[in-house]
Design a protein around this ligand. Structure first.
Ligand code: IPM
Ligand code: MN
Length: 345
């Protein structure tokens, strides 16, 4: 039986609650001929900043690197002052993440009012306008530098084409990579981004490739979600489009993501810390449980990932046990119990 070491970063707000649910689920996989796990819980986030003066202690980053994978809950990034460090950025840069992979999928039983969606956003997450290069100028002005490098763009583009190839093989459909940009305005930075994407596209002649303006892409995503397969984006455009796509499917309660690099990877639900419901035990744990399923695939545990995903989808399709965000009254624990029961069925 295989065994994996998982570094857990519960973080802030509902982070610890949803991590507990995901740990309960993957912790039972050994009873289903799946892997065993050793968990190493480490501090990071706003609470850690208040206690230690740093939001991503070095020991946490080292523990993350020493693990086979990292599972993160949520972090109150907005509350941390600049001198407290940047836990998500620090993790993304420290673990040399190539991109964040954010699938959006209509789930039977959960309405997608704007039409069925089945796409993946591949978002560069280490630079762009979130490079955190900001400074004040004279005369009440402030500047933020948008950093685009050929290196990071190429890595993200490769992830997108690899993802498209996997999806092509799975579905038998032709597949498509859509690179989004605003090159008419950001002529140099998005010019470089598109050049890097086109270079990678030449290595994948079997995968159709197109480019779209980000504003047009946002409109088309809502009007005709079926037109998209893999959307490749720089940091901010990908951040916004991934929330749009999550909203098209079922909201942030089900949106999973994986930040994958060449040596390390970490996995996080797309949602934040939800301070309004933190501590109440009512957060939807599905996003984190589906995120854990992405982690299982990364670890080569495809059968276990299938088991977990199928159980989540079955509970959602049954519709009896649902958290408040999906119109139900179930607690996080009851939702998790239902998923565990579905795994045994
Ligand atoms: C996300 C979040 C983060 C991001 C914030 C909290 C920094 O919105 O993962 O999408 O933009 O990367
Ligand atoms: Mn976001």
């Amino acid at each position: 039986m295989s065994q994996h070491k998982i570094c857990l970063l519960p973080g802030d707000g509902i982070g610890a609650e949803v991590i507990d649910c995901a740990v309960r689920v993957i912790g039972t996989l050994a009873d289903h001929d799946g892997p065993r796990f050793v968990f190493d819980t480490q501090p990071a986030g706003h609470g850690t900043f208040l206690e230690t003066g740093h939001s991503l202690p070095n020991t946490t980053l080292e523990a993350a690197k020493a693990a086979d994978a990292v599972l993160l809950g949520a972090m109150d990034v907005a509350e941390i002052p600049p001198h407290g460090g940047d836990p998500l950025g620090g993790l993304r840069i420290g673990l040399e993440v190539s991109a964040s992979i954010r699938p959006s999928l209509t789930i039977p039983g959960v309405a997608s009012p704007a039409g069925d969606i089945d796409c993946v956003i591949v978002r560069e997450v280490t630079e762009g306008l979130y490079a955190r290069d900001e400074y004040m100028g004279d005369d009440d002005s402030a500047y933020a530098v948008r950093v685009i490098t050929r290196g990071a763009s190429t890595k993200a583009a490769r992830m997108a084409f690899e993802e498209a190839r996997k999806r092509q093989q799975r579905s038998g459909k032709p597949g498509l990579v859509t690179a989004v940009h605003k090159v008419g305005v950001l002529k140099l930075s998005d010019g470089l981004f598109l050049e890097a994407c086109a270079d990678v596209a030449r290595d994948y002649p079997d995968i159709p490739y197109e480019t779209r303006n980000v504003d047009a892409c946002a409109m088309e995503l809502v009007r005709d979600p079926g037109a998209f397969d893999v959307i490749l984006a720089t940091n901010v455009f990908g951040d916004i489009l991934s929330d749009v796509a999550a909203g098209m499917a079922a909201g942030l309660g089900l949106a999973a993501s994986a930040c994958i690099g060449e040596r390390w990877a970490y996995f996080e639900p797309v949602h934040g810390t939800a301070p309004d419901i933190a501590g109440k035990g009512i957060a939807n744990p599905c996003a984190t449980i589906l995120t854990a399923a992405m982690m299982l695939r990364y670890l080569g545990e495809d059968a276990s990932a299938d088991t977990v995903e199928a159980a989540v989808y079955r509970v959602l399709a049954d519709g009896e046990v649902r958290t408040g965000d999906l119109g139900g009254t179930a607690s996080s624990a009851q939702m998790t119990d239902a998923i565990l029961a579905a795994m045994r069925r």
